[in-house]
Design a protein around this ligand. Sequence first.
Ligand code: NAP
Ligand code: HSE
Length: 433
Amino acid sequence: MEKKIKIGLLGFGTVGTGVVRVFQENRHEISRKAGAQIEIGYVLVRDINKQRTYTDGLQLTDDINDILKDKEIDIVIELMGGMHPAREYMLRAMEAGKSVVTANKDVVARCGKELFAMAEEHDVDFMFEASVGGGIPIITPLKQCLTANRITEVMGIVNGTTNYMLTKMTQGGSDYGAVLKEAQNKGYAEADPSADVEGLDAARKAAILASIAFNTRICLDDVSIEGITHITPADIEYATELGYVIKLLAIARESPDKGVNVRVHPTFLPKDHPLAAVSDVFNAIFIQGNAIGEAMFYGRGAGSLPTASAVVADVVDVVRDIVNHTFGRIRCTCYEKKKICPIEETVSAYYVRLLVEDQPGVLGTIATVFGAQGVSLNSVIQTRRVDDCAEIVAITHSVAHKKIEKAVSVLRGLAVVTEIRNIIRVENGQGAV
Ligand code: NAP
Ligand code: HSE
């Protein structure tokens, strides 16, 4: 094999180290599959004096120009994370004629249009498979294997940290802080884990998925975001009692009249739903297409080697393009402008947990308020007492967001209602926007 392709790696943390390991351990097979020898030139880090492993044969630098000005480097892998200077380095790399592979959903979700335009202008590839679902192939399947479909729904568990936390809390009732620390120690969490637990990481991935699925540019501001910070052990216990699990879901749906709705929120999911069995750091994404029907993609959504698996696969694709002189084969597919459906216009079933005074007629009063606002109840239970109050849990039928908001605001004003403790959406399989 004569051809040699040189790579510049930006970032040598959790994923960067995984990429180096995959190249070291599978060097022979990867080169055979790519059709060229692949060699890592420089590795950019912030602190060149840090103690590191897997550095054999690598040249570390803290100067980006060592990579951008090296004419032998054809591909830049960006694994630093964050917006700046990652965005600028990627743009400069493409300007210098280098293809870019990244796992950075922050930059892809916010600056995808700009990055694709730069890639097109300079006839290079821009690949980002690892930005959604860690090691799970999902961007390439959507752009290539499922391209014949009109996609109507994408629903998934796309954040490994929160899925790990919710799983541990469900299985062992572990404390929220302790399980977050475990996820951080395993290298799943973002540098600032509030992006995981507050739903922002999943929202970035939802924006990327929805943009590709619906061929329209979905910005982060178009995504309604709610994290898991308000989920308590009591909600998890009720979910179990009622036959559900709580999952942080990213949901993107399109309806002919309302448009595209994209949202991230904790969800009561029936135990027999395929996504309910997705535990720990695993992610899964459900796609509904008009030709394929339902398809589900499942695997490890975070971690060093799983994420590196997706990054290196993108590199192999780019190398194949270089070898075959076919740059920029898969371009931006956001070619349509579509109406965005705001969360206020969506329809869902809800779980409402409230504390009320324990006296005759209160249950009837609550039911009357729901009824008066057009909210139909599917079930109501009252099994516990908390601080001398009765705790009521109601599960509604599908109802417009505006109606549930109105009903809850009326309930809050009632003297017999001590506290609305939580409101969580329930996925009841009706798939409505
Ligand atoms: P990480 O462990 O924090 O590593 C970041 C690396 O980038 C470090 O080596 C750091 O250098 C370097 N770096 C950061 N800022 C720099 C700067 N301004 N100049 C030079 N080097 C800089 O991050 P990670 O977990 O590997 O994540 C990397 C990217 O992959 C992120 O976009 C993340 O969202 C994405 N991702 C991560 C996972 C995961 O499971 N961790 C999964 C999917 C996608 P030092 O080593 O000197 O500090
Ligand atoms: N923090 C992210 C997660 C990493 O937990 O899923 C993968 O994008």
